[in-house]
Design a protein around this ligand. Structure first.
Ligand SMILES: [Zn+2]
Ligand SMILES: [Zn+2]
Length: 230
């Protein structure tokens, strides 16, 4: 997800993101189409968290992110990916203290830039989506299966793009902070197999303005996307 002074480009997950050919104003799926074999997808959210959350914002931002991902946030109903779809619980985020490592099979969110230089410019967070395989006998419908997907967060560089971040538990400093729950619900959309949406206001729209928590709440377009995958 990327930052925008108004609303520009949020985030591109790292990897290939493709719009459905010939279809305007809709969600997209990562290409080749892929999803996790089983749900709920267990998502590890590592402590101690982003420097701006733990140092400047002692506000429970890590816990609030987990609650947003699990649709259990006390301040905002309807967040995350568990509110739609025939599956019910698509994701199960939990607080963990385990290593963030690409390709290890454990989808992990870190509130820090884990691979220096991969989330620069107006990037707020990025998801590494390159770990999947195809032609698995356990799932013979032609889809590929995701093996791992990990999220990193822009380092707190004190510039207008790099945070700090705020959670729904506190007031936002306009133009200087971005809502961490909104960013992470967007990134988890990539984790579960979604690309970017061309629908302005959708969670998977590729950019967000400062102090805007709305991507933490799915739009119908996002719901259609997750329904297509699970
Ligand atoms: Zn994105
Ligand atoms: Zn499938």
């Amino acid at each position: 997800m990327k930052a925008s002074r108004r609303r520009l480009i949020i985030a591109a997950g790292l990897g290939f993101l493709g719009l459905a050919p010939g279809v305007a104003y809709t969600y997209s799926l990562l290409q080749p189409v892929r999803h996790w074999l089983a749900t709920p997808i267990q998502i590890c959210v590592t402590g101690p968290g982003h420097a701006s959350i733990t140092a400047d914002d002692p506000d429970g931002g890590v816990a609030a992110t987990i609650q947003a991902l699990n649709n259990s946030h006390p301040l905002l109903a309807g967040t995350g990916w568990n509110v739609v779809g025939p599956v019910g619980n698509v994701t199960n985020a939990y607080n963990c203290n385990l290593p963030w490592q690409l390709g290890d099979g454990r989808p992990t969110i870190a509130f820090n830039e884990m691979i220096p230089g991969t989330c620069s410019g107006s990037c707020l967070a990025a998801t590494f989506v390159g770990f999947y395989h195809c032609n698995d006998a356990r799932h013979p419908d032609g889809h590929c299966l995701i093996d791992d997907s990990d999220v990193e967060t822009r380092r707190n560089t004190r510039d207008k793009w790099g945070g700090p971040y705020y959670s729904l538990y506190e007031l936002c400093r306009s133009g200087k902070e971005w809502n961490i729950e909104a960013i992470m619900v967007h990134e988890v959309g990539h984790v579960i197999g979604l690309g970017h949406s061309s629908v302005s206001g959708a969670t998977m729209y590729p950019s967000v303005s400062s102090c805007n928590p709305s991507p933490s709440t799915l739009s119908s377009d996002d719901a259609n996307g997750v329904d297509a995958l699970y």
